[in-house]
Design a protein around this ligand. Structure first.
Ligand code: 5AD
Ligand code: SF4
Length: 444
């Protein structure tokens, strides 16, 4: 897009998880309200926003390098506004560090007062140098009414913020504060509006631990299943997904609810983190591997079409070859459809960063490679197992305007019978054959 006289452009660089992707949609909403349009070209931008993540050191290093690259742009255009927000800014001492390394940044804003970004941008005096507004503590839950959605037929909906769990490796509770839930009525109204717009086919509920939704209201009534029940009453052709769940609070009631409600997606994300009970204890996860395996068996028993994905950390301090072997065995037991595997990253201020027996980078690398090799084999088996079976799928147009069918668990299939099909509709498909990684199907 060429820049005309009065046009103002924004560019948001988003790092990290779905929570951040959705926060960027909120930021985009505020900026569009202020008259900015989106651009992918840094040179055209009047404002560049870095929505950061600090969950692993690799993310942080990448972000620092990206911010560094804007120095030249700022030199060429002193009116360019550079804003850094998101989890990284909320870490102790980060604001000072950013100021020292990148004094050309205009504004640093924390996670607890994101809603104020609009006002700060409106009132920002470009002559002022580096300004930092970081609240130490979370405030009240704020409703955002100007979300600019950019995730296709999926709409993200926050149901709660923060985390109370303090897994020993994780920095999230320190940068996102304690758990606080949005009101049922606000969530229901947002989903009702999304459902009216027939474009949205998946509503994904977001929270660090959705299973403890509503418990902070302490009213003896509101909980996650209660919320899901209210959402399933909303008319419309859409599926509900959620992330992330904590295995310690994934109840039988929730499993039964998912099994008996058509609107509920059967693709479940259930982070295990490790297959060793000893490591799970050191991680402060509050469950052992027997509990997790029982949960998985109950899910498969009660929801026959369930598919599972997970998060795994390898190389947690003190993880022995035997502990790692247990994680590998767990993959064979659960047969996840896919996994998110991470190398443990030491995060300043978390208990595990002070644990003895930190694992060498070489061992961590060897383990993650092996983990992915095992999962690769399992994922291939899973694909082969799909041949001849019938699945619920959503017809979508890919970037080349070709119609594909996406299963509940996210596998893309190529339909062979495309007469009279409408994109963005649900259908049933029968998988015909597999060629390499490509699966063909018949719409039935
Ligand atoms: N190192 C590596 N992975 C981590 N995660 C959280 N903290 C760390 C860390 N310090 C992973 C967990 C979590 C996912 C979002 O990120 O697996 O579920
Ligand atoms: Fe981090 Fe654990 Fe909270 Fe997830 S549940 S955000 S891993 S502390």
């Amino acid at each position: 897009m060429e820049k005309l006289g009065k046009d103002k452009f924004y560019l948001i660089e988003t790092f990290g998880c779905q929570m951040n992707i959705h926060d960027s949609e909120k930021i985009a909403g505020m900026l569009r309200d202020l008259g900015y349009k989106s651009t992918e070209k840094k040179e055209l931008a009047d404002i560049i926003i870095f929505n950061t993540c600090c969950i692993r050191e690799t993310a942080e290093l990448k972000i620092m390098a990206k911010i560094g690259e804007t120095k030249a742009l700022k030199k060429a255009n002193n009116d360019l506004l550079i804003v850094v927000c998101g989890c990284m800014t909320q870490q102790k001492g980060m604001s000072e560090l950013l100021k020292k390394r990148f004094p050309f940044i205009n504004l640093v804003i924390g996670t607890h007062n994101l809603e104020e970004l609009e006002n700060y941008i409106k009132e920002y005096n470009k002559k002022l140098k580096f300004k930092s507004i970081i609240w130490e503590q979370e405030g009240k839950v704020v409703e955002f009414d100007k979300v600019y959605r950019t995730s296709g037929n999926n709409a993200w909906v926050n149901i709660m913020y923060g985390c109370n769990n303090f897994c020993t490796y994780c920095i999230v509770p320190y940068v996102r504060g304690r758990e606080r839930s949005r009101k049922v009525i606000d969530i229901v109204n947002e989903v009702k509006n999304l459902a009216k717009n027939k474009e949205y086919k998946t509503i994904t509920l977001l929270g660090q631990n959705v299973n403890s939704y509503g418990l902070d209201f302490k009213d003896g009534k509101t909980n996650f299943v209660y919320l899901l029940n209210e959402l399933c009453k909303i008319e419309g052709d859409f599926k509900i997904k959620f992330m992330t769940s904590h295995p310690k609070d994934f109840s039988s009631k929730l499993i039964r609810f998912i099994a008996t409600h058509d609107k509920m997606s059967k693709a479940l994300h259930l982070p295990v983190q490790s297959g060793s009970s000893r490591i799970l204890k050191a991680m402060n996860r509050h469950y052992d591997i027997e509990h997790y395996k029982n949960l998985v068996s109950e899910i498969y028993r009660t929801i026959p079409s369930a598919t599972l994905t997970t998060d795994i950390i390898v190389g947690f301090p003190g993880e022995t070859d035997e502990d790692f072997e247990e994680t590998c065995k767990l993959l064979e037991f659960v047969k996840y459809s896919s996994i998110f595997g991470f190398v443990y990253s030491k995060r300043e201020g978390t208990p595990a960063s002070k644990f003895e027996n930190q694992i060498s980078a070489k061992v961590k690398q060897k383990r993650i490679t092996k983990l992915f090799e095992i999962q690769h084999k399992i994922s291939k088996e899973q694909l082969l197992n799909m041949v001849g079976k019938v699945f619920d799928a959503l017809l979508e147009e890919d970037e080349n305007h070709k119609i594909i069918a996406r299963t509940d668990s996210g596998k893309t299939l190529c339909p062979v019978n495309l007469k009279d099909v409408k994109p963005n509709t649900f259908c049933k498909v029968k998988v015909l054959e597999i060629n390499g990684n490509e699966l063909t199907c018949e719409i039935i």
